[in-house]
Design a protein around this ligand. Structure first.
Ligand SMILES: [Zn+2]
Length: 389
């Protein structure tokens, strides 16, 4: 069986000669008559049901430049293609450009294709679709479908990119990163979430080396006969992470190791000190976000926002507020202790509860606990000024 990926077929071409049969509820032809959209065995058009939400969504995706997914044609003969998968999407496009239904514009007004601004019409008509053309017997095609579309699970982003940029580079990348027999996969699983078979390790490796521009990177390297840069960079990130953090913790999985490597790999760390610090933080019951521990330590243990240290509960805040306010009223001073020692107009101001925030008297980062003894209420201005501690 032969398959060819076509990346330049436009909506205009697909919809050329589009015919919709209202009686049978079928989109029939396209591609200047060369394409049979709804062969006999296909189910009828269903995107118009449910108030047409699904067919409108297809058009809105195109207008926003979002991909509408892969489409599969079966080449029956030189002059005849049949839609294997994608007939609902193609029929939506065909029905829209022939004014069979309207979408809603930004103001909720119905908008038919014929009444749209020329640039919007052009955007729709010139959108390119990703089309796989297959040539083979019916059983070959079914077999092939089964392997690419495992039990009806749609292709994920990386699987799509692999299809779009197929070539020697993708083949080598898959050999290295998508092979569950690769002995390294287990080591990598400490840092990367997902499955090798669904291309999630390859995706991460590409994400790291390309600083998030996977599609660009794949397009530039599509015909490369080696993946040296990809492999080397990936190995550098993993080696760095595993040498700085010598203990493997479950919260390491799925962190942005590529970014952390870029930001911190030039600094020197003592693995023994790092390990002790991580253990101390893991044992701290006030830390809500353990995933943040690694970046916190890498950054010199100063950005406590990463840890989401537990704040005082409402009961503690109310009780502290009541005590502080009663004492302040006796002294005719402000119930914000920092306002009270100041010299401006608020030195005897009694703030309302919702005008104040709870503060750790002894900073959490210096060992202060999140218990009522360590709680004081400050006016919002003073609490902010004390900063992130
Ligand atoms: Zn104050």
């Amino acid at each position: 069986m032969k398959t060819t990926l076509k990346i330049n077929t436009t909506v205009r071409e697909i919809c050329d000669g589009f015919v919709y049969n209202e009686l049978e509820g079928k989109g029939l032809f396209g591609l200047s008559g060369k394409l049979t959209i709804q062969p006999e065995y296909q189910r009828n058009y269903i995107y118009a049901s449910d108030g047409g939400k699904r067919e409108m969504a297809v058009i809105e995706s195109v207008l926003k430049g979002y991909p509408i997914g892969l489409i599969y044609f079966n080449e029956v003969s030189a002059d005849n293609l049949e839609v294997l998968d994608g007939q609902q999407r193609i029929t939506s496009l065909g029905r829209f450009v022939t004014d069979k239904f309207a979408i809603k514009d930004e103001n909720g007004m119905e908008q038919y294709f014929g009444g749209m601004a020329k640039d919007k019409q052009k955007k729709i008509l010139e959108t390119k679709l990703l089309i796989y053309e297959c040539e083979g017997t019916e059983s070959e095609i079914k077999e092939w479908f089964k392997t690419i579309n495992i039990a009806g699970v749609p292709l994920n982003d990386q699987e799509l990119l692999n299809a779009v940029y197929s070539g020697p580079f993708v083949t080598l990348g898959k050999e290295e990163f998508s092979n569950s027999q690769n002995a390294n996969i287990q080591k990598w699983s400490a840092y990367i979430r997902g499955s090798a078979a669904r291309q999630e390790f390859l995706e991460r490796a590409l994400d790291w080396v390309s600083k998030g521009n996977i599609g660009d990177y794949m397009s530039r390297h599509r015909t490369d006969k080696n993946i040296t840069e990809l492999k080397t960079y990936f190995k550098s990130v993993i080696d760095w992470a595993s040498s700085v953090f010598t203990d493997v913790e479950s919260e390491m999985k799925g962190l942005e190791w590529g970014r952390l490597y870029e930001e911190h790999h030039k600094k020197a760390y003592s693995p023994a000190k790092v390990s002790a610090e991580v253990h101390k933080l893991y044992a701290d019951p006030y830390i809500k976000n353990r995933k943040g521990i690694f970046e916190y330590v890498l950054g010199g243990s100063s950005d406590t926002k990463l840890l989401e240290v537990r704040v005082f509960d409402e009961a503690t805040k109310k009780a502290t507020y009541a005590t502080q306010t009663a004492a302040a009223e006796k002294k005719h001073a402000s119930n914000c202790p920092l306002c009270a020692i100041g010299h401006d107009a608020s030195k005897d101001k009694i703030w309302k509860l919702d005008e104040m925030d709870a503060d750790h008297v002894a900073a959490w980062s210096k060992g202060g606990k999140t218990s009522s003894k360590n709680c004081q209420m400050l006016c919002k201005t003073h609490n902010r000024a004390k900063g992130n501690r």
